[in-house]
Design a protein around this ligand. Structure first.
Ligand SMILES: [Fe+2]
Ligand SMILES: [Fe+2]
Length: 235
């Protein structure tokens, strides 16, 4: 994984100092077994043959560069933004052809996965959520990273959402449940929330995610449709 990361950093033209800083942000995250698992393209293919972990790292690098290279993002907290990118897609199960059926269309992977990701991030990396304001910023960034695609609104019981980590959600501290509910009910339309992140860091990650996904990873209309339906056809 480290060799791939160094190659990728070279592709995005990181200098020595930037590489060191970027590594200092991500090392505690990539060493977690759940991240390692998601780096395996056979276990967690994300877009076409790119692994989920590789996609996440690409987003984190583009996020870093967007902030470093744009004066309009100078007020953003670099580390927090990179952390949001590292957590944004930590959903529970591989989504391609998972055979998991949802009762409601709006519970499909595309709408639901940011909620799964935020639950997993808080559970696997609790140290990043100790400070309440930082937690709010990270949680909001993860939840609204798909904008302008809507996200499912979370609720107290969560049974209706058909998430794959409901048991883990139930174990979260009430303050985190409330943050998830507050954030995912902003600009609510029926059971979905259509809102940008309230915070600059989250909005930058959302932009980076589009640049990475639409620019390099999603090579066909079939792959784009698959992000919502979860079904992908390999030729
Ligand atoms: Fe996503
Ligand atoms: Fe993503």
């Amino acid at each position: 994984m480290i060799d791939d990361i160094i190659n990728l950093l070279d592709n995005y033209e990181f200098d020595k100092e930037e590489k060191e800083e970027f590594f200092s942000f991500i090392i505690p995250i990539i060493s977690h077994e759940e991240f390692v698992k998601r780096y395996n393209a056979l276990e967690y293919p994300h877009h076409d043959n790119i692994s989920l972990g590789y996609h996440i790292l690409s987003d984190a690098m583009v996020t870093y560069k967007l902030i470093k290279n744009n004066d309009k993002y100078q007020d953003a907290d670099l580390k927090t933004a990179v952390i949001i990118a590292m957590f944004h897609d930590l959903y529970e199960l591989p989504w391609q052809n998972s055979k998991i059926k949802t009762k409601y269309f709006t519970n499909k992977h595309g709408f639901r996965h940011p909620i799964e990701a935020v639950i997993n991030a808080i559970t696997w990396y609790p140290e990043y959520f100790k400070d309440n304001q930082t937690a709010r910023i990270i949680i909001d960034g993860i939840i609204h990273h798909m904008y302008p695609f809507p996200v499912k609104c979370a609720s107290k019981d969560m049974e209706k959402l058909e998430i794959n980590n409901l048991k883990v959600y139930k174990q979260l501290l009430p303050k985190y449940k409330n943050m998830i509910i507050d954030s995912s009910n902003r600009n609510r339309i029926l059971s979905l929330s259509l809102s940008k992140s309230k915070y600059l860091e989250g909005r930058i990650v959302s932009k980076a995610d589009k640049q990475v996904s639409l620019g390099k990873e999603l090579k066909s209309i079939n792959s784009l449709q698959a992000c919502i339906t979860g079904r992908i056809r390999y030729k």
